[in-house]
Design a protein around this ligand. Structure first.
Ligand code: XMP
Length: 517
């Protein structure tokens, strides 16, 4: 790795990913490792310029609570402990942490007592910035060599520092937006104290990623499934820059794509980027298998299983493929290795290419596995993808099949395609597309009576959905102006044959999910 980097050891905080975000925004590269997946050898080999210990749900006063590997404090690099990270740093250096005091949760004010390189020009002695706390335990005796450099009413040791060793402990969370200048404090640590260059950019990342792909793949062949979404598209274009025509993309048309989607994929990849592309129109097969099926889980499973079979058949046509490329992102990687992330209940069987690598006996290539979603968008722009494309809303693998509750038919899909296109056109024209995480139409499995012209109609009802979200895990409905909803409903009824009634879905997630199935 040519650039400076920081290591974040994760103790299971809900907001550890935000530490990484803030650091990368400040131009330094960092990785998050679960604390129990970080052997001394691995850490030393990684050779970080500084180490951050995250918060976490445990209490250091509990038996067997997590600790940082001791090498963290012996490598001669700066260390920053945040919340639980501060407490384990204190415990491991012979200070004392106690449970049973009144905790502090939410906003708090701290008092800056002493100047420190951690504060730089951000906070001066006597300042009282607002910070975000979330702790029950507190430090009651600081280790030798440390000073208290900020206090709060609930945390007498709100920030402690051993300036000689460049070890710092912060009781609050500088990574969250509610902490005033929190990002600047992390910048001071990473750039001023750890002396990272701050020169990490997406352009340098792109070059490095290309070099890594070349090294890993050699002269082998790679296959990549395109969904029309941002992640698989960026992965494919990046891999193509690295290894050219050793990459073949496969686009399976399941018959449940949006209006014009298949044509766009072919135009972009085959015609614009000149990437070898197998465009497999398997809509008859998919829609045939889905005939008469109305249970959402059965629909999802049929689509997932059929996709694997079709993809496998297409890949065999290429012959001698060694690697399957996937657009896995960093949050998925962290989730799957997180020491507190266990199996959770299945709300929906997600359709992805899970199961494919085993079936096809392929190695996996995941060139985006170190990136967050908005970094993937930056990388896409770096690779010449148009802004309209990289900022596209997410689209589920099973496509319009999960937006047609109940049994799907070609007729229903055709009506939904038109309604969805009109709705998104209205949102784009209003300049709202980028304010919304995801917007789409749903064709309801009911017909209702209406009157148009002088005649009676008996047509489908359609629901419009638009949500705001940061990660798709929770979401709120988007508060459109009534006037916009009214104009859009009129447009849909006038322009789409087969729909005579429009409703707006005002359910948040939870209790709803974003998709209807
Ligand atoms: P839900 O409906 O579970 O969706 O609230 C959360 C996010 O995931 C997307 N989604 C999928 N994405 N394969 C995907 O790649 C799927 O099977 C799938 N199902 C839902 C959904 O559009 C939303 O962004």
């Amino acid at each position: 790795m040519q650039h400076d980097h920081i290591l974040i050891l994760d103790f299971g905080s809900q907001v550890t990913q935000l530490i990484a975000r803030r650091i990368r925004e400040n131009g330094a590269y960092c990785e998050i490792w679960p604390f129990n997946d970080a052997s001394q050898d691995r850490i030393k080999k990684y050779s970080p310029k500084g180490i951050i210990l995250s918060g976490g749900p445990c209490s250091v006063t509990d038996e067997d609570s997590p600790r940082a590997p001791s090498c963290v404090f012996e490598m001669g690099v700066p260390v920053l402990g945040i919340c639980y990270g501060q407490q384990t740093l204190v415990e491991q250096m012979d200070g004392k942490v106690e449970a049973g005091h009144n905790g502090e949760f939410g906003r708090a004010e701290i008092n800056i007592k002493t100047a420190s390189p951690l504060f730089g020009d951000t906070w001066k002695t006597g300042d009282t910035p607002t910070v975000w706390m979330s702790h029950g335990d507190r430090v009651t005796k600081i280790p030798d060599g440390f000073d208290v450099i900020a206090t709060s009413s609930g945390a007498p040791c709100a920030i402690i520092a051993n300036e000689d060793k460049k070890f710092y402990g912060i009781q609050f969370h500088p990574e969250v937006a509610h902490t005033q200048n929190g990002s600047d404090i992390l910048r001071n640590f990473v750039i001023d104290i750890c002396e990272c260059s701050g020169a990490w950019t997406m352009a340098s990342y792109k070059d490095e990623a290309i070099a890594k792909i070349r090294e890993k793949v050699g002269s082998s062949k790679v296959v990549c499934g395109l969904s029309g979404g941002v992640d698989s598209s960026v992965a494919a274009i990046l891999i193509h820059e690295a290894i050219g025509d050793q990459l073949t993309c496969i686009y399976v048309d399941t018959g449940t794509m949006r209006k014009g989607e298949s044509e766009q994929v072919v135009a972009l990849f085959r015609d614009h980027y000149n990437i070898p592309l197998i465009h497999e129109d398997a809509s008859d097969l998919f829609l045939g298998k889905l005939e008469g099926v109305s249970d959402p889980e059965k629909k999802r499973k049929i689509i997932g299983g059929t996709f694997i079979d079709v993809f496998d058949k297409c890949a065999k046509r290429i012959g001698d493929v060694d690697f399957l490329a996937q657009g896995t992102l960093y949050p998925d990687v962290i989730e799957s290795v997180s020491f507190i992330g266990g199996p959770s209940v299945t709300i929906k069987s997600h359709h992805n290419v899970g199961g494919l690598p085993e079936k096809m006996d392929l190695k996996i290539l995941e060139p985006l596995r170190e990136l967050f979603k908005d970094e993937v968008r930056d990388l896409g722009r770096e690779l010449g993808l148009h802004d309209d494309f990289v900022s596209r809303h997410p689209f589920p693998g099973p496509g319009l099949a999960v937006r047609c509750p109940g049994e799907i038919t070609r007729e229903k899909l055709a009506i939904l395609r038109e309604a969805d296109a009109v709705y998104l056109d209205a949102i784009r024209k209003e300049g709202l597309y980028n304010e919304i995480w995801q917007a789409f139409a749903v064709l309801l499995p009911v017909r209702t009576v209406g009157v148009m012209g002088d005649g009676r109609t008996y047509d489908y009802a359609c629901a419009l959905r638009a949500v705001t979200s940061t990660d798709g895990m929770t979401a709120d409905f988007y508060p459109f102006e009534m006037d916009f909803l009214s104009r859009t409903a009129t447009r849909i009824i006038n322009e789409v044959r087969g729909i005579n009634r429009v409703t707006y879905d005002i359910t948040s997630k939870p209790p709803g999910t974003i998709e209807w199935e």
